[in-house]
Ligand binder design. Sequence first.
Ligand code: BG6
Length: 527
Amino acid sequence: MTAVSALGNVSEVDSASRAQAAANPLRVGLTSQPAAPGHTLVIFGGSGDLAARKLIPALYNLKRNALLPASLAVVGLGRRPMDHRSYRARQREAARQFSRTGQPDPELWNDFEQGLYYVRGDFSATSGYATLKRELRQIEARHGTGGNRIFYLATQPSLFPEIIRLLGETGLNRGPGSTRIVIEKPFGRDLTTAHHLNALTNNVFHESQIYRIDHYLGKETVQNVLVLRFANIIFEPVWNRRYIDAVQITVAESVGVEGRGVYYEESGALRDMVQNHLMQLLAVVAMEPPVDFQADSIRDEKVKVLRALRRLQPHQVAANVVRAAYGQGFVEGVEVPAYRREEGVALDSKTETYVAARLFVDNWRWKGVPFYLRSGKRLPKRATEIAIQFSAVPHLLFGEANPEGVRPNVLAMRIQPDEGVSITIEAKQPGLAMRVQPVRMDFGYGQSFAQESPDAYERLLLDVMLGDQTLFIRRDETEAAWMAVMPILEAWENGRAPDLAAYESGRWGPRPAGDLLRADGFRWRRL
Ligand code: BG6
């Protein structure tokens, strides 16, 4: 990652944290980062789920690895009545529950929570912002943050436009130091709303201040796709339509909607996963080598891939995209209800919890290579994988001993869990015959590195403080991704696609998803 900070006022990381981190045998691999300058991080939705499950634990773990500036203050904003003390106690409990490192170290947490504040207000009205300004002035003076501010939008998405508008109207878009805004997904509901949100945000903030987050880009293994492709000579010559027959991208989850039924009803798998996470995975796999590792060079290449995605015609959607919702079933031995029985979900819901699609990237490198994407909830297990299926050898020398032929090579990049990369190659079976059998060469993160991987939010929050936009989505990228999924959304809304299929919870999706590949002579990989 480039560490581009235009700020200069780099403050010191406190020595207690440094000592603690040095003594930690499982230091995360972010420790070679330059120190981030002081900041106040203001979280809209500070008493919500994302703050408790992801943001605060990520900040605490950064602290644990001595990666936070000493002068950091975190201000949670919300409507619920709460004082600083009870906010701190709640977040401590959340850290215990959700942090990858478990129970926080008491001394370190005490130090961390000195910079944790809660401000109650109505942030759909200017009055809330007057209170915030007042509090910010005091907190900034107390912590010596240099007036650098990050506004993190972690509320329900329908509130984003109003918050952004009011930040502009009250002058909070121009602070005494640097000002940045982080916007959570989903970024709009469709191309039009994403475009409006972009227009509004770019009116209030400069693009260099805007960090549209997709936490998949913060995952170590997603960044490793770039390293694998561009730090090794052996892949690039075969990374194209001449040697690759198909690409499969799977994001499988065993969980259901997890109490987020109301949100999910509005969203569905296409908006929740495909438009963002799967499109980003596709973009890093298919992009051209960037000229350097600067944010815009990488984003330029990703956007070209998204623009090259073939736009399905309305009549092609049914043959290329499958949608389904989970029914009742068993996942990991536990009986689970059907999606329509989940809290907040309509009994006659038409929302999909599973999508499978066949897409094409129409450019010189990829023309004609199918990209099969699937994502679903309540599948048998959690597994995210990108698999490259290479072509068969042009002429088989060992035909007699192998009448059924040999299997093509597969490069599988396991994004999570069991992070790693494997290549299936053909090998000679021991014995006198020339029998050929597939074997796997495997690299596992857990075995090869003694370091723990940071959580995606640790990487990304640190990058915002460092001013590095490499792993964030640029305006044109988000709109290009929407353009690719719009024909699907439109066909579904206009009834130009078969009705929602059903799949039993704990099974690998509906039958038509398998047919999609069978028709081309492929099968979904067994994960
Ligand atoms: C979120 C989606 O963006 O990603 C969730 O809103 C999904 O529905 C989650 O469960 C998956 O993230 P991860 O990191 O657990 O794969």
